[in-house]
Write a new protein. Structure first.
Lengths: 339, 339
DNA sequence: CAAAACCGTGAAAGCGCTTTCAGAGGGAAG
DNA sequence: CTTCCCTCTGAAAGCGCTTTCACGGTTTTG
């Protein structure tokens, strides 16, 4: 019923093997023959059968994206869409398909063994909370994995990351330079490397300036707007309140801003505010948010390239690659010390 | 190297056929044998090879979700995540995987023929702009498709939808009941049925009340917050300005609200505002938004069930099913006529 | 000018599963 | 005691492709 490679071969007067070579762009095929085969393909509008191809070649041309978070939280923050877009861009170029593992992100069995089952050739894992499921999966899975952001306990996994610590430090040093002294921070989740690193950068800057890190000024969030709102409310109960706040993500900064507004405080008039990520929204906020830019799309592209390059070279050597992308301080209006 | 079904069969002392029967829960297998096979599977931690299974059975257990929009717009609105979540829920229950076709939503070839290529067993298409690509794809693809929202020109496609027209009418009648007379609307895209229907409901309500539909009071948006903002700015240039605005999506209502605030107008003090969708944000806005609730998650679940049921019955008869889900008027604080 | 290298091609052997078919055995029906 | 019909099982034939191997023919090399 469906057109198969045999049909094409017969139509072009060649063997199945040759037809396969043409489709896969293998060398050593007479140009005239090559053209005959292509013509047959065009005439019949032939579409190769993917499962058959996967079975025979052991390559599915599909990679998975694994983000261990509920799907709605996943899309509340523009970070992930931008990351995925970067990945998708590279995958499209190289004719790979992407499977967003939604089972992981909803209520299904997390981490079904799509790799061992021959479905995925590789996977990109992002924003990895180091939970038991993830580690178990990584241990059992046999396909190449690239991580966006490091996973502490799995040093063998290639990753692409930004220098969170350095970026955060630059930012907080900027705050100190503006004259702020009682600087609070709303951190990311401390079970994620990015969360810990940005906090470390905050500490670094304070230490370097001879300022103490006071635990009352440190509140843990989870990168979401809501958590930023709540954390800010906590900070506002301090006496005196902080004179500036470094939120470890722009979305948390947004939440914090809303809490400040609700409390009748103005930014930067009454209190300075800074974020991290430089999502598009940051520039559009009032006041425009001072933040640290991380090249999110590039992060995705790089991760995809790392993975696809690895898949292309059949060398089984575990190429442990690490790529660090630079961050950049973006100074806007949300933390200007008023005299 | 990898464990195959043959290994399992040998280990359990049965034929490959029997092992396959056990795995697929076929009847007519001796319980004792069944248990032996399961034990072998457990002991070896066997994972069946998916491509091989697809090839042999012609069923991949994967469905596609196709939303013909750039990925970042896709996630700016909570509508799609909620829809996807609904679909994912049902798919997880039935051991199906979901492929979010990101090639469609980014810059790749839209609509690769994943179905004809044996990769997808079925597809759900949502928010379908009736462009040439979509129609061409629908014409060529041979797998079952279910649509969320109708596609005018393709009446044969089963769909699940809400009664947009009726919902919009109820809402606008509520506005009229509040005493508003100069009621503007920011419509959805008019090349999508939902956009046209909500506008039709608006017209219905005005006609029924003997009010004219004035073209200056109708501005087309595209469901996005940004478009709501822009459209509201347009409406604010009218003299006099409208006394109420019906935005055909909550996100557009949010955009409109921001434009009103920027113009120094208060809602509902100076102007009434209403939306459509009842996304979680609607209740959280200040003022809380009066809107029309559509059961987004249920929409996704129903679509998935329709598709999966269809796949389960091998009957080739094109079962054209239509499901309409109810909408509900949700009255909050954004359009209360002040006396 | 023989040997070696290379090019272009087809036959055939799988990849790991599902599914049909046939058959053995046992109990119920005639 | 046949005949028929279940239940359970294995052999075998694919599903549609890739890839190895072998082989003739043509070039290049020493």
């Amino acid at each position: 019923m469906n057109i198969t490679l045999d049909d094409i071969a017969r139509r072009a007067g060649v063997s199945r093997a040759t037809a396969s070579r043409v489709i896969n762009n293998h060398p050593h095929v007479n140009p005239a023959v090559r053209e005959r085969v292509w013509q047959a393909i065009r005439e019949t509008n032939y579409q190769p059968n993917l499962p058959a191809r996967s079975l025979a070649s052991r390559r599915s041309q599909v990679i998975g994206i694994i983000i261990p978070q509920p799907i709605h939280t996943l899309f509340a923050d523009p970070y992930f869409p931008l990351l995925i877009e970067g990945i998708a861009h590279v995958c499209n170029e190289r004719q790979f398909s992407i499977m967003l593992d939604l089972a992981t992100t909803t209520d299904g069995d997390p981490y079904r063994h799509l790799g061992r089952r021959g479905f995925l050739e590789g996977a990109i894992v992002a924003s990895a909370v180091e939970d038991q499921f993830l580690l178990q999966w990584l241990a059992q899975e046999t396909i190449p994995v690239v991580s966006v952001g490091r996973i502490t306990s799995q040093q063998a996994i290639p990753f692409v990351d930004v220098n969170n610590r350095h970026g955060a430090r630059m930012l907080v040093e900027h705050l100190i330079g503006q004259g702020y002294r009682r600087i609070a921070t709303i951190t990311g989740p401390m079970n994620i490397v990015a969360g810990r690193d940005r906090f470390a950068g905050y500490s670094d800057a304070l230490h370097a300036a001879g300022l103490p890190v006071m635990s009352e000024l440190v509140v843990e969030g989870n990168f979401s707007e809501q958590s930023g709102f709540t954390a800010m409310q906590t900070l506002l109960r301090l006496v005196p309140i902080p004179d500036a706040v470094f939120a470890a993500s722009d979305m948390m900064a947004l939440g914090a801003l809303k809490a400040l507004r609700a409390a009748g405080l103005s930014v930067p008039g009454d209190i300075g505010l800074a974020g991290f990520d430089d999502i598009p929204l940051a520039a559009a906020m009032t006041p425009a948010l001072t933040t640290v830019r991380q090249p999110i799309g590039e992060l995705g592209q790089t991760a995809a390239r790392l993975l696809l390059d690895r898949l292309a070279t059949d060398s089984l050597a575990p190429v442990t690659q690490r790529v660090m992308l630079p961050t950049e301080l973006v100074i806007r209006d949300s933390c200007v010390r008023q005299r």
